[in-house]
Design a protein around this ligand. Sequence first.
Ligand SMILES: Nc1ncnc2c1ncn2[C@@H]1O[C@H](COP(=O)(O)OP(=O)(O)OP(=O)(O)O)[C@@H](O)[C@H]1O
Ligand SMILES: [Mg+2]
Length: 458
Amino acid sequence: MPRILIVEDDRNTLSGLMEILEEEGYEVRGVESGHKALRTLERERFDILLTDLKMPEIDGMQLYEQTQTLAPEMKTVVMTAYSSVKDAVDAMKRGVYEYLTKPLNLDELFVILKKAVDDQNLRREYEELKDRLQGSYRFESIIGKSATMQQVFKTIYKVAKSQATVLIRGESGTGKELVARAVHYNSPRANGPMVEISCAAFPETLLESELFGYEKGAFTGADSRKKGRFELANTGTIFLDEIGDISANVQTKLLRVLQEKEISRLGSNDSIKVDVRVITATNRDLEQALSSGLFREDLYYRLNVIPIFLPPLRERREDISLLIDHFIKRYSKLNHKTMIGIAEDALELCEAYDWPGNVRELENAIENAIVLGEGETLLPEHLPVTLAMRKTAMEGFAAESDDDFFSGGSSYREKMEVAEKKILEEAIRQADGNKSEAAKQLGISLRTMRYKIQKYKL
Ligand SMILES: Nc1ncnc2c1ncn2[C@@H]1O[C@H](COP(=O)(O)OP(=O)(O)OP(=O)(O)O)[C@@H](O)[C@H]1O
Ligand SMILES: [Mg+2]
């Protein structure tokens, strides 16, 4: 049902209109002032705004202008007395969809509303189609068709245009650096420098002089003035990787840059203005660091204006085959090899594996396979043995328990017990016979474990 918001200061007209349009099959809300309309629009979506042009306080045109940010998709139809048709025509020049003269001709009203609804649907279909066509599986060199990666693409696209500070989170090898670059190269700062620094790679004092620079004589060995990375990144972007590793002192100085947009070199009190966009990344649990007092809360909020979370590869397995194709192409070309695809069983191995090192581990596995392997197809034997070993262990277990399922016991309960025994045996085996470790892995108490060991005579 199309939804209409009617704004009309004359109560009788309002209730009359509401009744008529409800009968026509619209979902109708009615309010008597522009103020109320705005408040309603903050909470609810409508397809059409039907508003009186002349109203006290906020008139129809002012209301329309304000809806352009609140509900830009909504179509606005204004109602006006015959004597002020000129105003209505002006309104249409400013983007209002249609106007109606009072007293309203109901047939005309219905036709215009119907047309507005149809246009609205057409526009939506078009947008959807456009989205689908544009919904590409890559953003620059970042590959991904999973819903979570598609969402990441959208966020990158949106935040790139802004100046906002971005904090990229994710396990090692999930692509944080790639995302940082994509933000920079899609931003208005793309022609400025992109300066990257890994905060974990420097001891505390060195990090400070790297970031902020120093004057000659600032410390022993400082025999000439040196610009820091912030200065080098002026008019561009600085990417501070592994931000979770910085000391309290550097945290304080960083906070100052973000607040004041200026730095001073070590050994100098002069402030230097810098125009730099800050992107940071970490694979650490920053919230944990906050609560244990290792990371400043005020800095955290300044850095975390736009969070981007990169999920581990095992949580988006649908991206694996796409990534493999991408890496096969890249490394075959780079190494002048003939490999062009992957065998079905090799792909299955890859899709079943958990990839603790995420995309980086997958990339390394494929690169290795291409450098060392021959032929046109990547086969299971080209892959690291860890992948195949895990598969055999699982298959063995599944096959065994399948057998026992159907021979051992007849009732549902008996079959469940067979399965339970198998699960316990396998967990104890995996824990090298350590029963409390096995209990922990299964998430059951040691007492339960002891009871079951007795029950099944394990
Ligand atoms: N979605 C992706 N598409 C294509 N390549 C990717 C993708 N994600 C990661 N990679 C590749 O995987 C490797 C690791 O990515 P990157 O260095 O960005 O990870 P990271 O999150 O910064 O890891 P770390 O925390 O260890 O620094 C790079 O070679 C990168 O090109
Ligand atoms: Mg990195």
